[in-house]
Design a protein around this ligand. Structure first.
Ligand code: ZN
Length: 438
């Protein structure tokens, strides 16, 4: 605040001086120009490039391009609203630009070849300005369809046809909600996928699976449509049946990487007060600083501190149930954030009324009543309702229209390709004189 006010004051003073000197030098402007040419100060910049390596977070990756700890925090804060750090992956490219005094002046992060998140030091404000440097890309839709051959599984078939493993897995996971491949997949079963691929110089940098279908004698016929929610990072963005049933496999994960129950759910003597009380959750052993994970995807509805619960995070899940994480050392999410399954939301700690570091993990049913979190296995996937269901129907209509367009244009291509063949066949038939004998 003080800095920016001082800065404004300085700017004002220099403007006044500048305007005053302009008036005075009016008469000898020409000579001053000829005797004192403006020589731009030559800046020498040096760039350092690197990439995210296995097991690295952005913080460690920044060190590899010579960005020190305190500057790393500044950069991470400048990028926080624009980049989803949880989507950082091995191979993402970093570039740091330094001036001759070895001060950082620009940093960029590229998560794909077409988009660069850039933060640059603004000399006037002293702040880091963000912009997205984008190269031209285009979306291209195509249909991929086929038939299960003997000895081949669907995933093998999809990979053999050049799909990225992440895309092939997404298709399988959607279909697994409806098809028991081990029991019911048969040779000759048919599948169809509508892909929308974002291309940069012929390279696919993003894929949306707009439609998936599978049809077999034993498996039955199943269709899945991709729905994209208006809210960014929403867990509603997923695949659905035409009637709005979510096709998400959503077994609950554990909040810690290892599970050791220190104190179970139910009536017990409170370790601090000594009184008999209902323990509405389980206490899990964990060393201070260990990551705490969201047990399922959802929206953070609470991220606060109080003297009993300490640092507390609550996540509302798709089926209306809520998971609670108490006594955290640090909270890594804010109210309103969408989190993915197993995303780190904080660290184990001993804040609040506790005897030592542990995680109190609680669970409320959709009706608001507490339950033993360890007996909760799955997040039920209800249908989309209300506005979201109407949007799904709109998007399904668009997808179907696109499918028809592509089928028609494909047929059109076949017809064009067939014409010379037919003529050749007729020609051949004439030569052999059996045209009319058919
Ligand atoms: Zn507890």
């Amino acid at each position: 605040m003080l800095n920016s006010n001082m800065f404004k004051l300085l700017t004002l003073i220099s403007l006044i001086l500048l305007s005053a000197s302009c008036e005075r030098s009016e008469a000898k402007r020409v000579s001053s120009f000829t005797t004192q040419p403006i020589i731009p100060v030559k800046e020498v910049y040096k760039a350092k490039v690197g990439q995210v390596k296995r097991g690295q977070g952005l913080y460690q990756a920044l060190k590899s391009v010579s960005i020190d700890n305190s500057m790393a925090l500044t950069i991470i804060n400048a990028l926080r609203d624009e980049v989803e750090f949880s989507k950082l992956k091995v191979g993402d490219k970093l570039e740091a630009v330094f001036n001759q005094n070895k001060e950082l002046v620009e940093f960029s992060l590229a998560q794909n070849p077409a988009e660069k998140h850039v933060v640059r030091l603004n000399r006037n404000t002293g702040k880091w300005d963000y912009h997205l440097r984008e190269e031209e890309t285009h979306w291209n839709a195509r249909i991929l369809e086929g038939e299960l051959r003997s000895g081949s599984t669907l995933i093998e078939d999809l990979l053999a046809r050049g799909l990225a493993p992440s895309v092939a897995n997404e298709i399988i996971n959607v279909l697994l909600c409806k098809v028991n491949f081990r029991m019911n997949a048969r040779m000759g079963d048919r599948y169809k996928v509508l892909l929308n691929e974002r291309k940069h110089n012929e390279e696919t940098i993003q894929t949306k699976i707009l439609y998936t279908s599978y049809s077999g004698e034993r498996a039955g016929t199943h269709e899945a449509f991709f729905y994209e929610d208006e809210e960014k990072s929403s867990t509603y963005t997923a695949h659905y049946t035409e009637r709005g049933q979510a096709l998400i496999r959503s077994g609950l994960r554990y909040p810690l990487s290892s599970l050791h129950v220190r104190s179970g759910y139910g009536w017990r003597r409170h370790p601090v007060t000594g009184r008999r009380a209902m323990h509405r959750g389980v206490d899990l052993r964990g060393r201070r600083g260990r990551p705490v994970h969201a047990v399922a995807a959802g929206k953070v509805i609470l991220s606060t501190y109080n003297k009993y619960a300490g640092n507390k995070v609550a996540i509302r899940h798709r089926d209306g149930s809520t998971s609670y994480y108490l006594h955290l050392n640090k909270r890594g999410v804010n109210k309103g954030d969408w989190v993915r399954t197993y995303q780190v939301i904080g660290t184990v700690g001993s804040t609040g009324r506790v005897t030592g570091p542990h995680l109190h993990f609680g669970f409320k049913k959709p009706n608001g009543r507490w339950m033993n979190p360890l007996s909760k296995r799955m997040i039920a996937t209800p249908r989309l309702t209300g506005k979201r269901f109407l949007k799904l129907k709109e998007q399904i209509a668009q997808t179907k229209a696109l499918l028809i367009d592509l089928e028609v244009s494909k047929k059109a291509k076949y017809i064009l390709a067939d014409i010379p063949n037919i003529e050749k066949d007729i020609e051949k038939a004439r030569e052999n004189k059996y045209l009319f004998s058919l």
